[in-house]
Design a protein around this ligand. Structure first.
Ligand code: ATP
Ligand code: PRP
Length: 225
């Protein structure tokens, strides 16, 4: 099924989430000659027009971007590696790392909790996280037994109120951890956002998509290169 049933192969739908991914993708779109003419922060509209009548942007939750692209409801999108690892990447082509929304996935505990000793002694840890797949794989690779507690946000609260011993969450400046008296005890992996493309759209709309992918690639190179 293609995005917006009945549309021709020249029509493109891009899935973005509001906030940092939308903001950081705008310059990449500009590099491809595409200007979004509506602002999701001030408009309630979920389908935004661009200067190109054949390109529209849909605004969805960050965790839902891969789902829209996988099912062809959007031809392409931008999603964090954290989100893609949880989704699994089925049906998605991931041509480039856009080097935007950079942060890291980490384990954090309440200040004073002796994580190293708990791990060394083989204690069973309660870990609260939105990122259960990533957490499961990380602790399995370390041979640490964990009870995973799935949350949808505000992970930092869990150790403070005794819901968990540790959290797995994304960290950037570390300000949120510090503000909540938590400390980062392990960095799991660096995170950035990727361009994702529906595999069928890549074949059927290659002529329209390829120049945009190339413009994104050029514009997202690290500045030093
Ligand atoms: P959802 O709305 O689906 O719960 P979210 O609130 O995590 O998702 P955003 O906060 O917009 O959505 O984050 C989008 C992406 O940006 C994340 O998937 C992650 O890759 C990255 N990210 C998250 N927090 C930070 C941060 N503090 N600094 C930089 N990048 C971040
Ligand atoms: C993310 C994440 C952390 C915070 C880390 O939250 O869930 O709480 O950023 O960033 P820091 O290390 O710079 O403090 P976000 O800002 O996206 O808020 P939200 O999850 O409520 O959307």
């Amino acid at each position: 099924m293609s995005a917006f049933n009945g549309q021709s192969n020249s029509q493109l739908i891009l899935a973005l989430s509001k906030g940092r991914i939308f903001e950081d993708t705008l310059p990449l779109l500009e590099a491809a000659g595409i200007t979004v003419t509506e602002n999701p922060e001030t408009s309630r509209k979920l389908i935004l027009n661009t200067n190109d009548p054949n390109v529209r942007v849909i605004i969805v939750r960050a965790t839902d971007v891969p789902t829209y692209v996988q099912h062809g409801a959007a031809d392409f999108g931008v999603a964090g590696k954290d989100v893609l690892l949880e989704h699994g990447g089925e049906g998605l082509y991931q041509p480039i790392d856009l080097n935007i929304a950079t942060c890291r996935m980490s384990v954090a505990v309440k200040n004073g909790f002796d994580y190293e000793t708990a791990v060394r002694q083989g204690a069973r840890l309660r870990v609260a996280t939105k990122f259960v797949q990533t957490a499961r794989e990380h602790f399995a690779a370390k041979g640490v037994h964990v009870d995973l507690i799935k949350l949808y946000g505000s992970m930092e609260l869990a150790p403070l109120v005794g819901l968990s011993d540790a959290i797995v969450d994304v960290v950037s400046t570390g300000n949120t951890l510090r503000a909540n008296d938590l400390v980062e005890v392990e960095a799991i992996m660096p995170i950035s956002s990727r361009l994702i493309v529906n595999q069928a759209a890549l074949k059927l709309k290659r002529e329209r998509l390829q120049p945009i992918i190339e413009a994104f690639e050029r514009a997202s190179q690290p500045k030093s290169q």
